[in-house]
Structure formats: C-alpha cells, structure tokens
Design a protein around this ligand. Structure first.
Ligand code: MLT
Length: 264
C-alpha cells in the first residue's frame, strides 16, 4: 500500500482489524522487520507498518530528521483516519516514537519502546556515525550490513539460527544508501529524550533482548525507572532485533499491554 504525505510516497503494510498499532522499524531496516508481529497481532489489532522515508519501498528524499519521520507518520495516520493508536518503535524506531511524543502526543495511546535508548549520541557515538556514513558512501550497504550484523542479533541467534541471520543481513543490505546516510545524520543530530521520560503518562512497555549489545538492558532499565508506571520485559536469548529473534515472547508482552488498554 502507498500514501502520499509531506511530498513523498510512503509504503506501508496494513493488516487486521481492531485497535490500531503503529510499528516503526529501526536502522537500516524496513517494515520487513515486523513480519512476525504482522503475522500474529493482526488477529486482534489493526497493524500499520510503514517504511520510513528513505527505507524499503518508500520515497527517498530529504529532509531526514527524527521530527520529519514523526511528521510523516502523523500524516500517514491522518490518511488512514487513525486519530490515536499504540505506537511501537524498535531502536531508531524508538527515537522516532520519542519525536512523535514530542510533536504529536495526542495521537499516542500507549508506547512500546523496544531495544532503544532515550539518550542522544555522545562524541564517540557521533564519530562512529561519521565512519559509517563514509563506509556507506564509498563501499555501499553490503559493507554496512557486514559491519553491523554481529551486533544486530544476539549470540543465540548467531550460533543457532543461520536463516534468521541471513534474513536480517538481507534487510540491512537492501536499504537505499541515500536513505541510510540520511538516517545516520538524523540519528547523529537527534535531541536527547531523557527529559521526556518523567512526563510520559500513557501505558508504556519497555522491551529489551537480554543479549542486546547495541542498546543493552541497562538502557531499558533507565527508561523503566524514569517512566511512571511503565513495565519492563527482558527477553532471554534475543539480541537487538528481539522481535524477530524471540517473536513469541515479544508478541506475548505486546499483547498483554494492548489487552490492558481495552475497555472493560
Ligand atoms: C537501530 O537498530 O535502529 C540502530 O542500531 C540504532 C542506532 O544506531 O542508534
């Protein structure tokens, strides 16, 4: 499916009926990240999984900022006539969810923040981004995928699930180079969201893979401590893409949160 918003075409998948759930992928992912959630959660929910601008089958055009990604998604919700929905973001998708919270909080009924962090990049993090931008420019996305794949999944997946490893690698290397560079710049320049945490007043679930080394469990614990009434789920035998690595456990905790929102 396609929608024209903010001067570009966003590709998205919409499946199921029920209360709406917006699924925001990370870097350098696409809506393919959410395959197991679309398969399982669409039985009870209207799942909406877009490709952010510059990724998947969406248009590739600047500007790339967390605010613009968030504005694109708010405009997509307008097109789909969704006033308010639960929002799930994984990693960079979590950064976008924070931007949505800053700019369009009335649209958010619940937050699911998976394998992400509230802090902005420090100097060392920014330097790494510059290196990654250079790598994408000079060597392309296959090289970026190769550099990222080890940290993208957990030890258990690396050792025991070659098919998933291959699926994740293919998703990373198929990202459009220009969109990935734009996202690296957007992540590098994103604001710190720590000060938002205490004011989050919708039901919030933090999920983290126990083997996530990119955004380790400590980050989820920090957000859990700061967000009033939030729930924390650490998923064993999963790394950074915990939703793909242990989909049943991931879906169970998401379902529990979504069910708690239903009236009665
Ligand atoms: C992601 O998975 O979205 C990225 O690892 C996030 C990041 O690089 O900060």
């Amino acid at each position: 499916m396609r929608a024209d918003v903010n001067g570009i075409t966003l590709a998205y998948e919409e499946r199921g009926i029920g209360s709406p759930l917006l699924l925001i992928h990370g870097f350098p992912h696409s809506r393919a990240l959410w395959r197991p959630q679309l398969d399982a959660l669409a039985s009870d929910h209207r799942c909406i999984a877009p490709d952010l601008r510059g990724f998947g089958e969406s248009g590739v055009a600047p500007p790339y900022t967390m605010d613009r990604y968030a504005d694109d998604l708010a405009a997509l919700l307008d097109v789909l006539d969704v006033e308010r929905c639960a929002v799930a973001g994984l990693s960079m998708g979590g950064y976008v969810a924070f931007a949505l919270w800053r700019r369009h909080r009335a649209r958010i009924s619940a937050l699911i923040l998976a394998d992400t962090r509230a802090e902005s990049d420090d100097a060392a993090g920014r330097e790494k981004r510059v290196g990654m931008i250079e790598m994408a420019r000079t060597k392309g996305m296959d090289a970026v995928a190769e550099a990222m794949i080890t940290a993208m999944v957990g030890k258990t997946t690396r050792e025991s699930n070659p098919a998933l490893l291959q699926e994740v690698r293919a998703m990373l290397s198929s990202a459009p180079t220009e969109g990935a560079i734009g996202a690296l710049e957007a992540m590098m320049n994103r604001p710190d969201s720590t000060s938002l945490l205490a004011g989050i007043d919708v039901p919030t679930l933090l999920i983290v893979g126990g083997e996530d080394t990119l955004t380790p469990p400590e980050f989820a614990q920090t957000m859990h401590d700061a967000i009033p009434g939030s729930t924390l789920a650490e998923i064993p035998r999963a790394g950074h893409v915990s939703n793909l690595e242990q989909p049943m456990m991931f879906n169970t905790v998401v379902r529990d949160l979504l069910q708690s929102l239903q009236p009665g």
